[in-house]
Design a binder for this molecule. Structure first.
Ligand SMILES: O=C(O)CCC(=O)C(=O)O
Length: 258
């Protein structure tokens, strides 16, 4: 099935081997350098969600090491985001004007990697036309054992569910879908997973001896607009085309997360 058709029907799609083994060697070295810098920063770098929806399935000492905005650490990742093949696939899904809202690094350590409860992303950064998608660049193998992302296929068609942030028990999500039963997205290094901001997704703990390494970029159409007063940082990095809702104020007030 073509990428766009699959995305429209299932709420997600996979681009296989977008990045070569040579690219991955460079990305992994850079990822490890960021990880090392984070570890030595003295900041709290464990972004475990601590949700009551998943506390019972993850070890008490579980971790997910995380930072926003990898392009603020290394030009290698800025170049990665500008990869033409990657942008062509994003363009198929959201059109020719591609704005990066933010990026995230996730490191789920061996045996200890945390779970993510089923949730919808729109509740964190809603836009007027709901064009927001995630692109997850896999730097390591992602399997059920390493705690790969899981998606409920077709769940984007449910639309916006209030309080779908992964902290609140919502019958329409949690009575009807189990994280354990959601489709595991098995991916090889270099594969990119795209999913819609309404798609129910989460992930199980990493119970394997290997780390799970991903970089997620959150993207929306340049014809769309993040709702006013949304507190999440939005760096509005134009990866292709034009940002039609940029204003003097909005680009001058690019916030970092507190
Ligand atoms: O990386 C994962 O396992 C899940 C991340 C996620 O759900 C998110 O950032 O919204």
């Amino acid at each position: 099935m073509k990428l766009k058709k699959h995305f429209e029907e299932k709420g997600y799609a996979i681009g296989e081997k977008i990045f070569s083994n040579d690219d991955l060697k460079i990305f992994n070295a850079e990822f490890d350098a960021i990880l090392n810098q984070l570890i030595h920063s003295g900041e709290n770098i464990n972004a475990k969600w601590e949700s009551s929806l998943t506390n019972h399935i993850e070890p008490k000492n579980s971790k997910v090491i995380h930072t926003h905005n990898v392009q603020s650490y290394s030009s290698i990742f800025l170049t990665m985001m500008q990869n033409a093949t990657l942008l062509d696939l994003i363009e198929e899904i959201i059109g020719p004007n591609i704005i990066m809202h933010h990026s995230k690094l996730f490191y789920k350590p061996p045996h200890q990697g945390s779970a993510f409860p089923l949730h919808q992303d729109w509740s964190y950064f809603p836009t007027k036309n709901n064009s927001m998608i995630a692109a997850v660049i896999h730097l390591s193998e992602s399997t059920p054992e390493t705690g790969c992302i899981r998606i409920v296929p077709g769940s984007h068609k449910i639309g916006k569910l209030e309080e779908s942030d992964g902290y609140t028990y919502i019958p329409k999500i949690h009575d009807e879908h189990e994280l354990e039963e959601a489709e595991p997205i098995i991916a090889e290094p270099g594969d990119v997973l795209f999913f819609h901001c309404f798609s129910l997704h989460g992930s199980m703990p990493n119970v394997s001896k290997n780390p799970r390494k991903t970089i997620l970029i959150q993207l929306y159409a340049g014809t769309d607009k993040v709702l006013d007063d949304n507190p999440h940082s939005n760096i509005q990095l134009v990866l292709r085309g034009f940002n039609y809702h940029a204003t003097r104020n909005s680009v001058n007030n690019i916030k970092t997360l507190s």
